[in-house]
Design a protein around this ligand. Structure first.
Ligand code: HSE
Length: 331
């Protein structure tokens, strides 16, 4: 029996809980029996060591914040095998996720997270800690949401050297730029629309100033290209100064503008900036989609695209990490 604690119960946390409930028989066919023994939000928790009934937890949450033990106490005292950490990202302090992940690894349990903050702030420390203890720390959802990227590069491209990655890693910016391209609207007119899609960060400056894309780039550079980088290493320019006229000029030469994140180890490039992209290039995708072009020494160019945000999309990446951890043990 895999005992799970779920830390964070916003949109992503609720998406994960719903999938763990709704897809229980499919997931158990892959990994064996599991149960959720605790769910925490920022105020407290609900706990049942025999397994919580998720619809009851969601109903309970509708009535307000949880009032049981605080997340840190749950992490330190309960008996469990896997922590799913989906609290809000803070790329500067990494908290509260950083403390949660440190404590869980310290206690000897596997961790799956969608929280970019802890990995941006302490990538090597956390990975070394997990490795030393023979634990798994999985974070597919942190960079590109449901777009298969980290496991694809680590598993399916194993043996390749990744020479560079260029990607559209922020759905909010891509939506704004796509709308500006099509309707020639101004940046501020479209921002409100983008926020209504519920994929923007709690603080949308994280999106439009390129901070969210830079955080994802640090995680990709460190996990797939051994660049040992930190947030300060990224040269960042967001999309706030892009005008509708810029699209006009670009389109006369069959180009559009996208916020491109680029990591290149040999050239020591770590950069997020608006770039001209030919209309028919794979990175000229529209709407809230994410895309990445991975240049490798053996497989050549590999292009992936998918949904970089959203309740169930992000939860999908978390479930796939969980299956990756436990599948082998039960095969
Ligand atoms: N706010 C992000 C985006 C989603 O718009 O892509 C989560 O990283």
């Amino acid at each position: 029996m895999i005992n799970i604690i779920l830390i964070g119960f916003g949109a992503v946390g609720q998406g994960v809980a719903e999938l763990l409930y709704r897809k229980k028989s499919e997931i158990e066919r892959l990994i064996g029996k599991y149960r959720v023994v605790a769910v925490c939000d920022s105020k407290g928790s609900v706990i049942d060591e025999n397994g919580l009934r998720i619809p009851d937890v969601i109903e309970r949450k509708k009535k307000g914040a949880f009032d049981g033990k605080k997340s840190i106490e749950v992490i330190e005292t309960l008996d469990y095998d896997l922590m799913i950490e989906v609290t809000t990202t803070d790329v500067h302090s990494g908290e509260p996720g950083l403390t949660h992940i440190r404590q869980a690894l310290e206690r000897g349990v596997n961790v799956v997270t969608s929280n970019k903050g802890p990995l941006v702030v302490a990538f090597s420390e956390l990975n070394r800690m997990a490795e030393k203890k023979g634990l798994r720390l999985m974070y597919e959802a942190t960079a590109g949401g449901a777009m298969p990227l980290i496991k694809l590069a680590k598993n399916d491209l194993a043996g390749n050297e990744i020479l560079f990655i260029k990607g559209v890693l922020n759905g909010t910016c891509n939506y704004i730029l796509s709308r500006m391209e099509k309707e020639r609207m101004t940046y501020s007119q479209v921002l409100v629309e983008a926020q209504e899609l519920n994929i923007a960060e709690a603080d949308p400056t994280y999106d439009v100033e390129g901070i969210d894309a830079a955080a994802k780039l640090v995680i990709l550079a460190n996990s797939l290209m051994e660049m040992d980088s930190c947030f300060r290493d990224v040269e960042i320019r967001g999309i706030t100064e892009i005008t509708p006229e810029a699209f006009e000029v670009a389109s006369t030469r069959n180009y559009t503008i996208r916020l491109i994140a680029e990591a290149n180890r040999e050239k020591r490039i770590l950069k997020v900036s608006p770039r001209l992209v030919p209309f028919h290039h794979p990175l000229a995708i529209r709407g809230t989609m994410n895309a990445a072009l991975i240049k490798t020494d053996l497989a050549g160019d590999v292009v992936v695209m998918g949904r970089g945000a959203g309740k169930y999309e992000t939860a999908s990446a978390i479930i796939s990490d969980m299956v990756e951890i436990y599948r082998k043990r039960y095969e």
